[in-house]
Design a binder for this molecule. Structure first.
Ligand SMILES: Nc1nc2c(ncn2[C@@H]2O[C@H](COP(=O)(O)OP(=O)(O)O)[C@@H](O)[C@H]2O)c(=O)[nH]1
Ligand SMILES: [Mg+2]
Length: 224
């Protein structure tokens, strides 16, 4: 089997095993928004753990490298009786799957660029992942809510300071959040900050103004 056939087999197997988590309230009439949220970052930075924290509020202290992609859906409370469906795509950071990244990024509204604050190489890779987003999306980059997320802040051996993280995020015109999938610290803020940004971008999106033809305003020939 060639590489593409193999990759598609993996993607289909993963998508088939998708898990849907809806906690819909009484009187729920459907989502205000449906956002595609993509997790990118080197292998081992904690993307799967962050996603498990968001989806199931659990932390599993083991690293089973994600194969291809994993896909979950959660309902997110936007307040004022409004909800968003977040379709979350957890990707594999390994080299072999990188060719598939543009496919995951298609039609995405939120991207979380995750690094491990105890690993400088994973922080240095953020620029690489940002370039993947820049080159991989088929939509206007300014319409995507991008956040840089420093994970594992519960660990004592930091190699990247909060200032460095924030400076890089500012440079990339992205949000910056520090989290721990292990203790849950900052997870809600990171998700909320990114989704709120996506809602704002949606509300302020450039709209195509159709020329309006006013009835009866055409100049009549022969009029004085
Ligand atoms: N201490 C600590 N370990 C974490 C945290 N998040 C993930 N890990 C550990 O980091 C390893 C890789 O996590 P995983 O989510 O599989 O990384 P992924 O390859 O980016 O999906 C696992 O052993 C996790 O238990 C965290 O917030 N704190
Ligand atoms: Mg993973």
């Amino acid at each position: 089997m060639n590489f593409f056939k193999k990759s598609f087999a993996i993607v289909f197997a993963s998508v088939l095993s998708l898990c849907t988590c809806f906690a819909t309230p009484p009187g729920y009439e459907g989502p205000e928004h449906i956002f595609k949220v993509v997790f990118l970052g080197d292998s081992g930075v904690g993307k799967t753990c962050v996603m498990n924290r968001i989806v199931n509020d659990v932390f599993l202290n083991s690293h089973n490298p994600t194969v291809g992609v994993d896909y979950r859906v959660v309902t997110y409370d936007l307040g004022s009786g409004k909800y968003a469906h977040l379709k979350m795509w957890d990707t594999a950071g390994q080299e072999v799957f990188r060719g598939l990244v543009p496919m995951y990024l298609r039609n995405s509204q939120c991207v979380l660029l995750v690094f491990d604050v105890t690993s400088r190489p994973s922080f240095e890779s953020i620029r690489y992942w940002f370039e993947c987003v820049k080159n991989g999306v088929d939509q206007d980059l300014s319409q995507i809510a991008i956040s840089v997320v420093g994970n594992k802040i519960d660990l004592p051996n930091r190699e990247v300071s909060p200032e460095e993280g924030l400076n890089l995020a500012n440079l990339l015109n992205a949000g910056y959040f520090e989290v721990s999938a292990a203790t849950k610290e900052g997870i809600q803020e990171a998700l909320m900050g990114t989704v709120d940004e996506a809602v704002e971008k949606y509300n302020n999106r450039p709209r195509v103004v159709e020329p309006v033809r006013l009835e009866g305003t055409a100049k009549k020939a022969g009029c004085c």
